[in-house]
Design a binder for this molecule. Sequence first.
Ligand code: HXC
Length: 530
Amino acid sequence: MTTIPQTGVPHDAGTATADREDYAALCAEVSARTEEHAAARQHPKGKLTARERMEAFFDDGQWTEVGQFVGGDIHAGQTGAAVHTGFGKVQGRMVAVYAQDFSNKGGTLGRVEGDKIIALYDTALRLRIPVVGMLDSGGARIQEGVVALSQYGRIFRKSCQASGLIPQISLILGPCAGGAVYSPALTDFIIMTREHSHMFVTGPDVVRATTGEEVSFEDLGGAAMHNFHSGVAHYLAESEPEAIDYVRSLLDYLPSSCESPAPRYDYEPNPQDLAASQVVGDLVPVSARRPYDVVEVIQHLVDHGEFVEIQQLFAPRIVIGFACLGGRSVGVVANQPMVDAGTLDVDASEKAARFVRFCDAFGLPIVTLVDVPGYRPGTQQEQAGIIRRGAKLISAYANATVPMVTVILRKAYGGAYIVMGSKSIGADLAFAWPHAEIAVMGAEGAVSIMHRRELAAAEAEGRDVEVERARLVEAYRTSNVNPDLSVRTGELDGIITPSHTREVLLDSLELLRSKNQTHPHVKRHDNGPL
Ligand code: HXC
């Protein structure tokens, strides 16, 4: 590790070289002592120190620390701020990182810590490189009062300025409490460790005092709660090293900024990928009522079967994540028929919407795999705001300008057909497998609306209504539930055999490489549903 101290070097022009060497030795000594103290406080809890986390994160443990002693007093043996900031490489590409040091004043944030984080952001914005935050903190330093609070305000503002320009990722490796939670909340991805990370706006004590509710740290803001229920987190790691590895893998798929091209890897076509792509159709049962795991389908279509899933535990009826096709990074969105038949609900809509917006912000093409029976019906969903929140997915796709290719694997009904990256909403190319069922609604529902009078007449005449209904359902299925109308009207560009899907995706993305992706800038911004 290289360190660049930014404070305290004596200015006396006549200072002897020996004094300077002493000063360097003193810096090293204070640094070593501080790290020893940090290890003594963190290790018994099963946590790494901030520096160890940095080392685990960067290639070969190499990084350059900046401002190590800012806010400290070397001569008094005092280290600096309760946050370390620095730069290093991940798979050869530069990344800016700050790591809060819980062993130092509980990792709390005061003026100096805020200034360091903001300075790191400013450099990352100038260099157009991602920012990763490692959070482990008691929040705003109470002793510094509103000064500490205002620093959060400045960090929020900086993070909002950076949003869409550079990727921002938060690793929660300890407490993250109070309004401080909004700092990671504004970033693109949040990774939490199972045992030690907590995020809540008000902790268990305040909850008990104000509402009488007894709740544990875990239930209120643990990693499981935020991964399964709130959707705040994007990955649940079993340990700190696993959390750090996940972030490194995630960065592999992301460009350094919205101005850089997505990373490209040397890809050699190989027999395994070819074989997998040829049997992908076997994974999808023809009967629309039978479930299957769409993650397996994705793995059969992408390079080396490698798919980095995001928010795997939240709203699992939709699957999102990154993969490569022909060595190029893409975002994948797919309905998951294994969970409630893959219906769209409020959480699924928001999960996919934010992901589509991320891909669009950073120039990553979007591949959408559709198998959706429609929106999840019922009072619960209407009260939860399926109209307002479902609209977010429409807004995300409709405003995206990156290359978008959609494949309907089995069924696409009603509004959900349109919303899931249809051509009418903005996909550049759309295809369907031969057995695809595409219609305004399912046959049973359609027949009861369209043929209500005939069915009533059959009943009045004493005919068998169920036989009549079955006949009408069959007739509707034959004439309406198929991709024919979509193909004839150009809403689908072709019917493809499952075994050709990977090839079609590769060709489509190649074709769309020169797509003009500029966003029109006449308006200040849209006012879509947030
Ligand atoms: C000052 C703090 C602190 C804080 C912790 N410390 N939080 N100092 N301000 N907010 C100090 C402790 O005094 C202690 O100092 C050291 O950090 C370690 O804390 P412990 O309590 O001993 O550790 P632990 O038992 O692990 O508990 C950690 C904790 C707890 C759960 C985070 O400290 C806690 O509940 N802190 C308050 C959390 C909180 O409510 N924060 C919200 C602040 S308001 P010593 O010297 O003994 O080592 C906020 C708003 C932001 O953040 C606004 C944005 C808009």
